[in-house]
Design a protein around this ligand. Structure first.
Ligand code: FES
Ligand code: MG
Length: 587
């Protein structure tokens, strides 16, 4: 045995170098020799480092990791490790039916089995497309072996006729242009395709940029690495550094639980407000925390994040894209600006490079002041999330900073109380019902209505659908009413900027209050009190509940695959991170 005396005994030694059990050792070792490794290497006491590969032809956002892994390998080898690369269940956000969120927990489960069941001492998590980041971090949290994340990086900026075109965001605009006859089918395709000019993940501040930025804010990536565009040379360089660093992390026994502490999550919540992060972030961070046994809920998001201003001027809330974010200084510039105003709660939180986030980011300057604004002159004040509660749900998330004055005035009940709104509920049973009936004149939808959608949560629409942001009827749009309040138990794409109340938990399919709502009910939202209520008596509500239970409960579509059925039986709600309930005790 050549294991260093300063170092912990490696996990892989139990597989590859156990003289007390030559039978098993030989069985474990012989098949790994046949890709060219020697017995001497496998028994050298060098750490075995996994590369959890999320890239494939099925997951184009992360596909560049197939290239980057070569540099990661060189770094691992250089630092004295041995590399085993293996596939993670692919997740592609825009291509997977019925939705990619269904696969987050499947990829998580698969990766847990690989990290636990094979001789891996440390792992490089190749993150990128929306759900790949939380899936990998959740698995690392459960198995808790040394782990470092490597972002694939955003795509280059998209351009069309001299203007930046951003992933996802351009689709909303192109749809309106197509509907208005300004472009035809081919023009539509060209415009949307222009937003995806290279390898990498979505170049807007959607869920991918959000989650990759937060992986850095949590301390799980090398400083400054989240925002480097995928094709840039620095991306290959940081891949090499990441490979080098994980080997040392194994010797230092620096584990996810040492890095992703409660303090790290509080930092990430603040950074999420400052970057204008996606409303999917609370779901994923609450899930990662749950797998570490760190308490974190949507009240924490409101308490810690609500008052933080938006600094990053990226589409959909702003003007710029991923390359600009990188040139402006990326996550370290945002963190440094927060620190200058005493707003990073825990500068001492440790990161994968062994230093604190404060030490990593201190003194970093904002290089492009129009892309990352100063704290004193931000894009928006109070850019975090409100956590609403009432008889409609126990928890739902809202970005209050996107509410316009005009919008506010339409729903005011009393001009002296500018935070309380009322409207008439229009209820849709999922996205199909919405598309079929939004223009149905019988519903009498006017500018004082609020649109509800249900049956779109983790159980109702397996994994949850990104459908809460609903366009008003065409007749209203023609009159200049371009948005109505939207409320639902589904999610909303991080690339859309409409004012919605989403991730409502418990969902209708779990018999949350949303299941009891009827079209025509009056609903009151009070932002100051943080409440959302159907204005009916408790008795009436109880009666509706017993009627619905007697009718067999809230109906949802049948399962289409075995995994849908399995997950529906054991999945928790969005406010609890949509985790698999039996999985969180494995820590
Ligand atoms: Fe994969 Fe946006 S669709 S990153
Ligand atoms: Mg998305």
């Amino acid at each position: 045995m050549t294991t260093s005396t300063k170092a912990p005994r490696l996990r892989s030694t139990a597989w590859f170098d156990n003289p007390d059990n030559p039978g098993m050792t030989a069985l474990y070792i012989e098949r790994y020799l046949n890709f060219g490794l020697t017995r001497e290497e496998l028994q050298s006491g060098k750490p075995i480092i996994g590369i959890a590969q999320t890239g494939s032809d099925l997951s184009p956002c992360n596909r560049h990791h197939l290239e980057l892994a070569k540099r990661v390998r060189e770094g691992i080898r250089e630092a004295g490790g041995i590399c085993f690369e293996f596939p993670v269940h692919p997740i592609q956000e825009t291509g997977k039916r019925p939705g990619a969120a269904l696969d987050r927990n499947l990829a998580y489960l698969g990766l847990v089995e690989l990290l636990y069941g094979y001789p891996i001492d440390g792992v490089v998590l190749t993150i990128g497309c929306d759900k790949t980041t939380p899936a990998c971090l959740m698995a690392a949290a459960t198995v808790n072996i040394p782990a470092i994340a490597l972002s694939v990086g955003p795509m280059l900026n998209g351009w069309h006729k001299g203007e930046r075109t951003g992933s996802g965001t351009i689709v909303w605009k192109a749809r309106q242009m197509l509907a208005a006859g300004e472009i035809d089918y081919n023009g539509f395709m060209d415009l949307v395709a222009s937003s995806a000019p290279s390898v990498g993940y979505c170049n807007t501040m959607g869920t991918a940029t959000t989650m990759n930025s937060l992986a850095e804010a949590l301390g799980m990536q090398l400083p400054g690495s989240a925002a480097i565009p995928a094709p840039y040379r620095e991306r290959g360089q940081v891949a090499y550094e990441t490979g080098r660093r994980i080997v040392d992390m194994v010797w230092e026994d620096l584990k996810p639980s040492d890095i992703m502490t409660r303090e790290a999550f509080e930092n990430a919540i603040v950074v999420n407000s400052a970057i204008g992060g996606s409303t999917n972030a609370p779901i994923h961070l609450n899930a990662i925390a749950a797998h570490l046994g760190v308490s974190l809920d949507n009240d924490d998001w409101q308490e810690i994040g609500l008052d933080i201003p938006l600094l990053v001027n990226l589409q959909p809330a702003g003007a710029y894209l991923g390359e600009d974010y990188h040139h402006a200084g990326g996550v370290p510039a945002v963190v440094a600006e927060l620190m200058r105003h005493g707003k990073l709660p825990h500068p001492g939180a440790r990161t994968v490079n062994g230093q604190s986030i404060g030490d990593n980011c201190a003194g970093r300057e904002i290089e492009l002041p129009d892309v990352i604004k100063s704290y004193d002159a931000p894009m928006k004040e109070r850019a975090g999330f409100l956590n609403l509660k009432g008889n409609l749900f126990d928890s739902a998330i809202m970005k209050t900073s996107v509410i316009s004055e005009e919008f506010r005035n339409r729903y005011l009940i009393n001009p002296d109380d500018p935070e309380a709104f009322e409207g008439r509920a229009i209820v849709f049973e999922g996205p199909e019902d919405y598309h079929d009936n939004i223009d149905n004149p019988d519903l009498g939808i006017d500018e004082h209505c609020m649109l509800f959608i249900r049956g779109t949560g983790p159980i109702g629409y397996p994994g949850g659908a990104e459908v809460v942001n609903m366009q008003p009827p065409a007749a209203l749009i023609k009159r200049g009413i371009t948005s109505l309040p939207c409320i639902g138990d589904g999610r909303q794409s991080g690339t859309s900027g409409s004012p919605s109340i989403l991730n409502a938990s418990p969902e209708a399919a779990a018999m949350g209050g949303l299941a009891l709502l009827k079209t025509g009910d009056r609903v009151r939202i009070d932002l100051r009190k943080g409440t959302a209520n159907i204005l009916i008596s408790d008795e009436e509500l109880a009666q509706r509940r017993s009627d619905l239970e007697a009718a067999g409960g809230f109906a949802y579509a049948p399962h289409q695959t075995p995994w849908q059925e399995i997950q529906r039986a054991i999945v928790d709600q969005f406010d609890k991170g949509m985790v698999l309930k039996p999985a969180v005790k494995y820590q």
